[in-house]
Ligand binder design. Structure first.
Ligand code: ADP
Ligand code: MG
Length: 351
């Protein structure tokens, strides 16, 4: 028996580890934008301005007016598994978007990243990292808050670069991410500009919505999904086993043939969850034919311990402790709203 030459086991260096992890966190420019905008929101920003070029492939810049970081914070923010959002003792009490402490480390491993930040009452500072190598922290000029600039995403991982779609498709995905987060935070101002080849085109803008929570949400949904949706949508309010549902569901007559017009948020986090969209579909079963898609924006709120958000590095999947309660809540609340609005089940109409 001939044995292969014995391979050597070695510890990978930090840059390699980050590049590997980045594969899960940053799939495309839109996922980078998602992480950066979530960081801005976690920092308590009231305005988040995003600039991209070439669909985010050559440039992503996110500016916020949040709490900022000190000069000492900057290298920590860029290192892996460093976070200010949890202390590690309780993964069941997460109330922020972030908690894994790996987005900035990953982005710095697969692109050229620079962080410039200022905490009120202190001097601003800046630091850059490229291909996982961090430069020195230097003084900078900035009013307040944070500017994160990411250039040449995936220049360090050519294999991933090949999977990028057209600038147009990537820009579209970036806009979708911002629209979703804008729905989740009606009181925050969002903007997206496209600065490809030195131009400056406003792609999306939402000013802070006035009024109480449901009024502001209605106004923001009108802004993001269109007046047409808002005029055809019923407000939702339901409760089951500690889970609360608010949001809006469109009248069956507003249904769409295809395309995404279904948005689900769990504790303010945009999620893609087959079970929850399945429940949405089921709620409309008797009101809509199979080839039509109900439009809705659903906001499920609960105590953090009733839902696990630590399912995947991108944090867009969740697991409810009681999935049947989540499903039942969605089905019964929407059915009640549709029935209350006088929309009799189509089966009854046909009979
Ligand atoms: P996480 O968000 O999971 O903590 P990140 O890598 O995204 O991990 O960020 C690391 C840390 O850097 C955050 O915990 C936060 O303290 C800090 N940070 C990142 N972005 C910002 C920002 N825009 N404003 C203030 N602090 C930030
Ligand atoms: Mg983060």
């Amino acid at each position: 028996r001939t044995l292969p030459t014995r391979p050597v086991i070695r510890q990978l260096d930090e840059a390699a580890i980050n590049r590997i992890a980045a594969g899960e966190v940053v799939e495309r420019p839109a996922s980078a934008v998602k992480e950066l905008v979530e960081n801005a929101l976690d920092a308590g920003a009231t305005r988040v301005a995003v600039v991209i070029a070439h669909g985010g492939k050559s440039l992503i810049r996110v500016t916020d007016d949040g709490c900022g970081m000190t000069a000492e914070d900057l290298p920590l923010a860029l290192s892996r598994h460093a976070t200010s959002k949890i202390d590690g003792s309780d993964l069941l009490a997460i109330t922020s978007f972030g908690f894994r402490g790996e987005a900035l480390a990953s982005l710095g491993a697969v692109g050229r990243l620079s962080l410039t930040s200022r905490v009120e009452g202190q001097d601003a500072a800046t630091v850059s990292v490229s291909g996982g190598r961090m430069g020195k922290v230097a003084p900078a000029a900035l009013d307040c808050g944070t500017v994160v600039e990411l250039r040449d995403l995936f220049h360090a991982t050519p294999a991933r670069l090949k999977f990028m779609r057209t600038d147009r498709a990537e820009a579209q995905a970036v806009a979708d991410v911002i629209r979703r987060l804008a729905m989740a935070e009606p009181k925050v101002a969002f903007s997206l500009h496209d600065a490809t080849d030195g131009r400056d085109r406003e792609v999306f803008r939402a000013d802070p919505e006035p009024g109480d929570a449901i009024t502001a949400l209605g106004a923001r949904l009108a802004r993001v999904l269109g007046r047409d949706f808002a005029d055809n949508a019923l407000p939702l309010a339901g409760e089951r086993e500690g889970l609360h549902l608010t949001g809006f569901a469109a009248l069956p007559t507003y249904s769409r043939g295809a395309g995404v017009s279904q948005y689900v948020f769990v504790n303010g986090r945009p999620v893609t969850d087959r079970q929850l969209t399945g429940a949405l579909r089921a709620a409309y079963n008797d009101f809509l034919s199979r080839d039509r898609f109900p439009a809705a924006a659903l906001f499920v709120e609960c105590e953090p311990r009733l839902v696990d958000v630590n399912v995947h590095p991108a944090k867009s999947e969740v697991r409810f402790r009681d999935p049947q309660a989540a499903r039942g809540l969605i089905v019964s609340t929407i059915r009640a709203a549709l029935t209350g609005a006088g929309h009799r089940a189509s089966t009854t109409v046909a009979a």
